[in-house]
Design a protein around this ligand. Structure first.
Ligand code: NAD
Length: 291
């Protein structure tokens, strides 16, 4: 069994990005610039955005943080997005989700210029991905594909089961894995799927992204399978200093011994997310997606 080290892979990807930024600057090029819009003071969102800003510093990007209070109006936020869209120095920006209930996330995402949508949530980028055209791919699916590629995991003709059909993880994963060149035969499962156990037991590759702690058990996985655990559930623990621990969607102790490759939680898919966002920003600064 090979443990897929997302932390190390993320560090390698960030080091590659930093090296390219140095090269760009040494040739007199523009420093890549990422902005983040943060609304309110949600603990999770604060942590994610702070980590993104710190990562920008690490790889030599310029970063800008724009903050609004919870009571910001949709119109104010749309105005801000309009300004960011027309800021020539900015290569990409993200609006940290979730947003307060009085603001339509759909409207906000749709207002972002697809050329600067480094989160890859805009329908234009999603559509381009589906059509197999160059697109900003959202961070978690991008990170998973990068792990699969960098660990040289065979995909062609493999039976792949994706559990979960959300727009940010499951559905894009099913599309990317079935693309030409990756060539998996994909089954996309969800809460209404029947015989999930039997479907999983046939899978060469399982992407577990349903958000139910330790859902995938040993009996659902065949010998030699590749298992990618996307789930993150925070549960109370008296064994950690913080009083909390993170569980994935996979019952690791039962499943790992049967696998050829498996990602741990934490330290698997999670750490890849920020590196993927930086990579998209670098692509944008080089005009690689929309030439
Ligand atoms: P979501 O709640 O939007 O979607 C869950 C999906 O799972 C739904 O499509 C639902 O149909 C399916 N599902 C629910 N119960 C099921 C069942 N019993 N059998 C089969 N399918 C079932 O979740 P999401 O946003 O896609 O996130 C999924 C998990 O991944 C969460 O734990 C989330 O925290 C985690 N996540 C991790 C990262 C990361 O960077 N590691 C990023 C995004 C999400």
């Amino acid at each position: 069994m090979i443990l897929i080290d997302g932390k190390k892979t993320s560090e390698i990807l960030q080091a590659e990005i930093a090296e390219e930024v140095l090269l760009i600057k040494s040739r007199g090029g523009k420093t890549p610039h990422l902005a983040a819009v943060l609304v309110g003071h949600d603990g999770g969102s604060e942590t994610y955005v702070a980590a993104k800003v710190k990562a920008c510093d690490r790889v030599g990007f310029k970063s800008t943080l724009i903050r609004f209070e919870d009571n910001v109006t949709e119109e104010e936020l749309l105005n801000c997005i309009g300004q960011l869209n027309s800021d020539a120095d900015l290569d990409g920006f993200i609006v940290q989700l979730p947003l307060p209930k009085h603001i339509s996330e759909e409207k906000i995402v749709a207002a972002i210029n697809p050329h600067k949508d480094v989160d890859g949530f805009h329908p234009v980028n999603v559509g381009r991905m589906v059509a197999g055209l160059p697109a900003f791919i959202s961070a978690t699916p991008f990170g998973i594909m990068e792990l699969i590629k960098r660990y040289n995991i065979a995909t062609s003709g493999k039976n792949c089961v994706v559990i979960g059909r959300s727009n940010i993880v499951g559905r894009p994963m099913s599309i990317l894995l079935s693309q030409k060149g990756i060539d998996c035969t994909v089954t996309l499962c969800h809460s209404r799927t029947k015989n999930l156990k039997a479907i999983c037991a046939e899978a060469d590759i399982i992407i577990a992204a349903l958000g139910m702690a330790e859902f995938l058990t040993g009996e659902m996985v065949k010998e030699g399978a590749v298992v990618i655990d996307v789930g993150i559930t925070r549960v109370k623990s008296d064994k950690t200093k913080s009083g909390w621990k993170l569980l994935g969607d996979v019952k690791f102790d039962e499943v790992a011994p049967k696998c050829s490759y498996i990602t741990p939680v934490p330290g698997g898919v999670g750490p890849m997310t920020i590196a993927s966002l930086l990579y998209n920003t670098l692509l944008s600064s080089k005009n690689e997606i929309y030439k």
